[in-house]
Design a protein around this ligand. Structure first.
Ligand code: 0RA
Length: 687
C-alpha cells in the first residue's frame, strides 16, 4: 500500500485531532518515552490478545521482533471485526486503532468480566499514534483483511489480501524514532513479561521469536534467530513451582481457584526451608508491586486460619501467644491473582490495588479454602503450622539475641569499620558511599575519589546470601555489619532513614559473573532490609567502561560493545577476530622492519614518517575495577561531572530478589526453549 493521499480528508483530520494529545504528551499515556515506554507498546497490543484469550476465544499468541526491528503481536482469536458499523460507518478495526480507549467497547465479554488493564490499558490507538507505521491483518470469514496506518492515520480502506481458513489478529508496528529515545526492543524484557503473562493465563501458549539478524548469533551455530515458547497448564501454581525452583519446599503447592460476584480469585502458595517470604500479586494480569487490598485480605486470612487450626488441633496451647503475620509468612512463596470488573490502581507507581470489596472477598474465600485444605491434609497442616510456630519462637529468641548485640553497640555509629575510607563532609546530602568489590579495586577507588564527598567501602568476597539467613545471623557477618554501620541507619526494627550518612549509595562491582552475583546479593539485601532507601532513590549502580580503545596518544572509553564498534568504525578500523589481528600484527611488524631497513638504506625519510603515523589500535577490556588505575576510575566511573549511574528502582531490586537465580541462572543460554508445565510435573524441553 503506497502513500495514496497527501491531503487529509475530514475523517482523517478527526483522527489526527483525537490522537494528537498522545503524540504531544506520550508520557501521559505510556509513562515514559525511554526503553520502558517503548516496551509499553508491546504490552498494550499483547493485553488485547490476552483479553481475547481470557474470554476463551484464543489459545495461541505470538510475539515477533522482525528482521527490521518492528514488532508483531499475533493471536488466533476471532479477529477484530472489519465490517463497517451501521451507525458510525467505521469498522471495529479502525475504531480500535484510532479512537482513544475504544478497545473496551468491543471486548468479548461472555465471562461477565471485562478484564482489561486499567493501568496500561490505554488501547491500541495509543500504539498507533506513536508508531510511524502500523500494519493490521485480520483473518476472518475465510479472508485476510489488511489495513495500513501511518502516525495514526489510515492509508486507505481495509483491503482483502488473501484467503485463509484460520481466524485471528496480527498487528505489526514500527515505533516512531521521533517519539522514543530508542526503538531497539530488548528480548530479555519481553521474555520476562511473556513468561509472567503465560503463568497468569493458563492453557495459553505464548511464543516469542527474535528475528533480528545477529542479535543472538554464535550461540547456536547457523541459527541467529531466537525462539521461546511458554505454556503453563497449572497457571499460578506453575508460577510458584518456578519461584521455588532453587528452594527446598516443605509441602505441596496449595492451589485455590474461586469465583465470587466481586472477582475471580486464584491463589497458589507453598512453604520452603527459606526464611524469607516472596508474595507476588496481580490484578487483571498487572503486577501490583505495591500490593493492595487483595494482599491485605490474603495476609489476614492466612494468619487467622493458621492460628485457628493450630488452636483447634492443640498445637498452640492456652498459654501460647498467637503466631504473628510475620511468623506465618516465613518461608512462604505465594502468587495471588484477582480479576475484577473495575480495578482501581493507586499508589506512587499506580501499582496498588485500591478496591476495598476485594479485601473482604479474598479474605473470605482464602480463609474458607485454606481451612478446608488443612482439615483434609493433616500432615501438611502440621508441617505448615510447625514452621510458623518455629518462626515465632525464633523471633522471640532472636529479638533477645539482637537486643544484646545492639546493646553492646555493635551497630551504633561510634565505631566505623576500619576498612571504610570515609569522606570528610558530614552532610549526607553531599555524601556518597561506593561499595566496591575486593581490596584492589577498593585501593584504586580510594586513590581516585573526591575525598570530600566520596567514601569507599571495600567488601571482601561474597557477602552472605541474605535469602538464607535470619537477621541475627546476618548481624554476625562482618561484611554486612560493616555496611550497616557505615550507612548509619540501623536495621530491622531499629532502622531509621533519618540517620542515613550518605544520600547516594553506589554499588560498584566488576563486569563479570562474580560481579553480577555480588550486585544481586547487595540488591537483595537492600530490597529486604533497606527498601526505603531504594524508594527514596538513594541506591545506584555504577557504570564502568568495558573497553579502553587507544591509538597513539588518543584514547576513548566504550561502555557497551556497540559503542566499541562505533568508535572503531569512526576511526576507520575494520573489526577483526583475534587470530586475524595476531596474523596482521606479525605482518605489520615484518613490514615495519622492512620499511625501517629500507629507510636506513636509501635514506628516504618520507617513507619512515608514513610508517610512524600508521599506528596500531589497541583495545583493552576491563574485567575488574582493579585493572583501572585511580585516574581512569575517577574519570570514567566516579567523577560526578562525567559518570553515568543507574538508579535502582523497586522493580529492579524485586527482580534481583525473586527471579534472578531461576531466570538468569538456567535459562538464558539455550537459545531455543520450549517451556511447558502440566498439572503434576514440570517439564523443560531443550530443542
Ligand atoms: C471485538 C469483537 C471481536 C473481537 C475482538 C474485539 C478482538 C480484538 C482483539 C485485539 C487483539 N486481538 C483481538 N481479537 C479479537 C469479535 C466479535 C465476534 O466475532 O463476534
Amino acid at each position: 500500500m503506497a502513500d495514496k493521499q497527501q491531503n487529509y480528508s475530514a475523517d482523517q483530520i478527526q483522527v489526527l485531532k483525537g490522537l494528537e494529545p498522545v503524540r504531544k504528551r506520550p508520557g501521559m499515556y505510556i509513562g515514559t518515552t525511554d526503553v520502558r515506554g517503548l516496551h509499553h507498546l508491546i504490552w498494550e497490543v499483547l493485553d488485547n490478545a490476552i483479553d481475547e484469550a481470557m474470554a476463551g476465544h484464543c489459545d495461541r499468541i505470538m510475539v515477533v521482533i522482525n528482521e527490521d526491528g518492528s514488532a508483531t503481536v499475533a493471536d488466533n482469536g476471532r479477529g477484530i471485526p472489519v465490517d463497517k458499523h451501521k451507525v458510525t460507518g467505521v469498522s471495529a478495526l479502525e475504531t480500535v486503532l484510532t479512537v482513544l480507549h475504544a478497545g473496551g467497547k468491543f471486548g468479548g465479554d461472555e465471562s461477565g468480566y471485562k478484564v482489561s488493564g486499567g493501568l496500561h490499558g490505554v488501547g491500541v490507538s495509543v500504539v498507533n499514534a506513536l508508531s510511524k507505521r502500523i500494519l493490521a491483518e485480520v483473518r476472518r470469514d475465510g479472508k485476510v483483511h489488511s489495513q495500513e496506518y501511518k502516525m495514526g492515520v489510515a492509508q486507505g480502506e481495509i483491503e482483502v489480501t488473501g484467503e485463509t481458513k484460520s481466524t485471528g489478529t496480527a498487528i505489526t508496528f514500527w515505533p516512531d524514532p521521533k517519539v522514543f529515545e530508542t526503538i531497539v526492543f530488548d528480548a530479555q524484557t519481553i521474555l520476562t513479561r511473556l513468561r509472567q503473562q503465560a503463568y497468569l493465563t493458563k492453557g495459553v501458549t505464548i511464543c516469542f521469536e527474535d528475528r533480528r539478524p545477529g542479535a543472538h548469533e554464535g550461540v547456536v551455530a547457523g541459527d541467529a534467530s531466537f525462539k521461546y515458547q511458554f505454556y503453563f497448564e497449572g497457571g499460578v501454581k506453575s508460577y510458584v513451582d518456578h519461584l521455588n525452583l532453587n528452594k527446598e519446599p516443605i509441602c505441596d503447592v496449595i492451589y485455590i481457584e474461586h469465583e465470587v460476584p466481586e472477582a475471580k480469585i486464584e491463589i497458589a502458595l507453598q512453604y520452603s526451608q527459606s526464611y524469607n517470604e516472596n508474595v507476588i500479586t496481580f490484578a487483571n494480569n498487572i503486577h501490583t508491586l505495591e500490593g493492595g487490598m487483595h494482599l491485605t485480605g490474603f495476609k489476614s486470612a492466612l494468619t487467622r486460619s493458621l492460628n485457628n487450626y493450630a488452636r483447634n488441633k492443640g498445637f498452640l496451647k492456652e498459654k501460647d501467644l498467637n503466631m504473628t503475620n510475620e511468623d506465618v509468612r516465613e518461608g512462604l512463596t505465594a502468587v495471588i491473582s484477582v480479576k475484577l470488573a473495575d480495578p482501581q490502581f493507586e499508589g506512587q507507581t499506580k501499582s496498588k490495588l485500591g478496591n476495598p470489596e476485594i479485601r473482604s472477598a479474598v479474605e473470605a474465600v482464602f480463609n474458607e479454602k485454606l481451612s478446608e485444605y488443612l482439615e483434609e491434609n493433616p500432615n501438611e497442616g502440621k508441617i505448615i503450622v510447625g514452621k510458623g510456630m518455629l518462626a515465632s519462637r525464633a523471633r522471640l529468641a532472636s529479638r533477645a539475641a539482637r537486643d544484646t548485640v545492639l546493646r553492646k553497640g555493635a551497630l551504633e555509629g561510634m565505631t566505623l569499620p576500619g576498612k571504610l575510607a570515609d569522606c570528610t563532609t558530614r552532610d549526607p546530602g553531599k555524601s556518597e558511599i561506593y561499595i566496591v568489590e575486593g581490596d584492589s579495586a577498593g585501593g584504586s577507588a580510594k586513590q581516585g575519589r573526591d575525598r570530600y564527598t566520596q567514601a569507599i567501602l571495600p567488601l571482601r568476597g561474597k557477602i552472605l546470601n541474605v535469602e538464607q539467613a535470619r537477621l541475627d545471623r546476618m548481624l554476625g557477618n562482618n561484611e554486612i555489619k560493616a555496611l550497616i554501620i557505615a550507612l548509619g541507619t540501623g536495621i530491622g526494627e531499629t532502622f531509621d532513614i533519618a540517620r542515613l550518612r550518605y544520600n547516594r549509595i553506589v554499588i560498584m562491582t566488576d563486569a563479570d559473573v562474580d560481579g553480577a552475583h555480588i550486585r544481586t546479593l547487595l540488591l537483595t539485601l537492600f530490597f529486604r532490609y533497606f527498601k526505603p532507601l531504594i524508594e527514596a532513590g538513594y541506591v545506584y549502580i555504577a557504570q564502568p567502561p568495558l573497553y579502553k580503545i587507544s591509538k597513539g596518544k588518543t584514547s576513548e572509553y566504550a561502555f557497551t560493545d556497540e559503542a566499541k564498534e562505533n568508535i572503531l568504525k569512526d576511526w576507520g578500523v575494520e573489526v577483526k577476530t583475534e587470530e586475524e589481528t595476531a596474523v596482521e600484527d606479525e605482518e605489520d611488524e615484518a613490514a615495519e622492519e622492512a620499511a625501517e631497513d629500507a629507510a636506513t638504506e636509501t635514506g628516504e625519510k618520507e617513507d619512515k614518517e608514513k610508517k610512524v603515523v600508521k599506528q596500531r589500535v589497541s583495545i583493552q577490556r576491563y574485567k575488574g575495577h582493579g585493572e583501572m588505575n585511580p585516574d581512569q576510575l575517577w574519570e570514567t566511573t566516579m567523577d560526578p561531572e562525567r559518570r553515568t549511574m543507574l538508579k535502582v528502582s523497586i522493580a529492579d531490586a524485586e527482580l534481583a530478589d525473586s527471579v534472578f537465580d531461576t531466570l538468569m541462572g538456567s535459562e538464558v543460554l539455550p537459545r531455543r526453549k520450549f517451556i511447558q508445565t502440566h498439572a503434576k510435573k514440570v517439564k523443560n524441553l531443550d530443542i
